[in-house]
Ligand binder design. Structure first.
Ligand code: FMN
Ligand code: MN
Length: 496
């Protein structure tokens, strides 16, 4: 077996990197998968502490571990975005702009398809047929009020269109139902639901696999709204600078990343459903209703020795629905907007906004040169974004000038407060959107339309290339030489 040794392409190498950097902590004392794993992980997110690696769990068979907060934020001195950057093999102090530009450039690189290998770490243990028992895993109850225990919160589904031309990798949650079945959403607008529908039309169940503890770059790409019929695997190869090694499943002819911790193989039922949820969700709420969702049948389980199950404990930011999903949506949207020729500097789903808004910074010099109006700009942005797979996920868009660093929430709040004129919001009541957005009316959630808007924080002067005032700040109110003098003498003034 060839050594892979690349944090972006091997979960185990990624974990070793976090441990070496002090951005994951091994927890040897016994921890209960029922609520305790969730509570520790939640506190780690909310205090920006290292990722907890639970090595002794009081539920499930011995020998399994759990990693909480795999892409939580860290303390600033260790690199706020260090765990996220490590997913892409970037250095720990990379910032949001570095990460976005890397993701965008890989969209323009030639896709690097996976290579098939004969064997891999994910095959170290193989259970088939009657030997399949999902209860062997320490399946955590993540929040009180959840409708069940979730095995899949940081893994991805693998399905293939019946004609074999499109392999889709997508992150989606799965709840444990019994020893051999899971239940989870497969929304028709998401590619998992689209491909399942293709198989259903033929009257067949969908061959399916789920990967837990996947290569981190693959997990991130599986959480990215690439267009339909684009296979995420080729994007991952371009992003990671080398192909993903995949092995054939034991039972259904799909291919799964060899350097994965746990692989589930089976099929998605055509019509069988079971109640799923509720679960504390990405927007930060738990709504106490369960919904009927498709049942996933598991016919084989393979896993590494001492397998690590990664866990996302969804809820208020920052967790992986914000740091991974929000970042991947931002990159795809940024590329769409730029490729459409719009004067866009950056796009960013503020983590603090729980993937419910995207801020877009506009190159105001280019904007003024175009002699356009606010309504025309908003219309063009809405057409490009809301018409896309990525834009379906984003209910609110905020436009600001590029003097604002949109990855700094303090600056976004300042722009909203001082530049947005009340009553000028552009609403899109007929535009389709993800029905999970918490403020939707029952009618909007049922029809899957509405609740979408664009807010412009661009001032009338910015469309004309003039200015009414200047910003009063350290960076803008003093000569550059004086700024440097103050920085150089900061200690001499008595500051640490
Ligand atoms: C941690 C995490 C959990 C997610 N859970 C779900 C989910 O349960 N259902 C869903 O439709 N999307 C979920 N997503 C978002 C999808 O992965 C994302 O929209 C992706 O684009 C879907 O793949 P597709 O574009 O191939 O359909 C999640 C993303 C992340 C990062
Ligand atoms: Mn897809």
């Amino acid at each position: 077996m060839a050594p892979h040794h690349h944090p972006a392409l091997s979960f185990r190498d990624f974990l070793d990197g976090l441990l070496a950097a002090g951005d994951a902590v091994p927890i040897a004392r016994p921890v209960d998968p029922e609520l305790e794993v969730g509570a520790v992980t939640r506190r780690a997110y909310e205090t920006r502490s290292p990722a907890p690696l639970f090595t002794t769990l009081t539920g499930g068979a011995p020998g399994f571990r759990i990693l909480g907060a795999p892409a939580g934020l860290g303390a600033a001195d260790r690199g706020t975005y260090g765990r996220l950057a490590a997913h892409f093999g970037l250095e720990r102090h990379s910032g949001p702009r570095d990460i976005l530009e890397k993701l965008v450039s890989a969209l323009h690189a030639v896709p690097v398809p996976p290579v098939v290998v004969a064997d891999g770490p994910c095959k170290e243990n193989i259970h088939r047929g009657d030997d399949v028992d999902l209860e062997r895993f320490p399946v955590p109850l993540l929040h009180q009020g959840d409708g069940g225990r979730y095995l899949g919160t940081y893994g991805f589904h693998i399905v293939r269109s019946p004609d074999g031309s499109w392999t889709n990798w997508s992150v989606g949650r799965t709840m444990l139902r019994d020893r051999t079945t899971l239940v989870g959403p497969a929304m028709p607008q998401q590619h998992l639901g689209m491909i399942r529908e293709m198989w259903r039309e033929r009257g067949e169940p969908t061959p399916w696999a789920m990967v837990l503890g996947a290569p981190p770059a693959a997990l991130a790409a599986a959480g990215m709204p690439l267009p339909a019929r684009v296979s995420e695997d080729g994007y991952v190869g371009a992003l990671a600078g080398g192909p993903v090694e995949v092995v054939r499943t034991e039972t259904n002819g799909l291919y799964v990343p060899a350097h994965s911790e746990i692989v589930l193989e089976g099929y998605i039922s055509t019509d069988e459903t079971a109640p799923e949820g509720p679960m504390g969700e990405y927007h930060g709420y738990l709504f106490p209703e369960s919904k009927p969702q498709p049942v996933f049948h598991v016919q084989a389980v393979t896993h590494r020795d001492d397998a690590v199950l990664p866990v996302c404990v969804a809820g208020v930011p920052p967790e992986e629905n914000h740091t991974i999903w929000g970042t991947m949506i931002s990159a795809e949207a940024l590329d769409l907007l730029r490729s459409a020729g719009l004067p866009v500097d950056l796009a960013w789903c503020s983590y603090e906004a729980a993937t419910c808004w995207m801020v877009i910074s506009v190159d105001v010099r280019e904007l003024a040169a175009r002699r356009t109006t606010e309504a025309e700009l908003v219309d063009a942005v809405a057409r490009v974004l809301f018409g896309s797979h990525a834009g379906w996920l984003v209910p609110k868009v905020i436009l600001v000038a590029d003097d604002i660093d949109i990855t700094d929430i303090d600056q976004v709040v300042w722009a909203l407060a001082t530049r947005y004129h009340p009553g000028t919001e552009y609403c899109f009541p007929d535009t389709p959107g993800i029905p999970m957005v918490p403020y939707l009316t029952p009618e909007e959630a049922r029809t899957g339309r509405g609740g979408k808007s664009v807010i412009s924080c661009l001032t009338p002067e910015q469309f004309l290339g003039t200015a009414r005032g200047t910003t009063a700040s350290f960076r803008t109110s003093y000569p550059r030489a004086l700024q440097q003098h103050v920085i150089d003498n900061w200690g001499a003034y008595g500051y640490r």
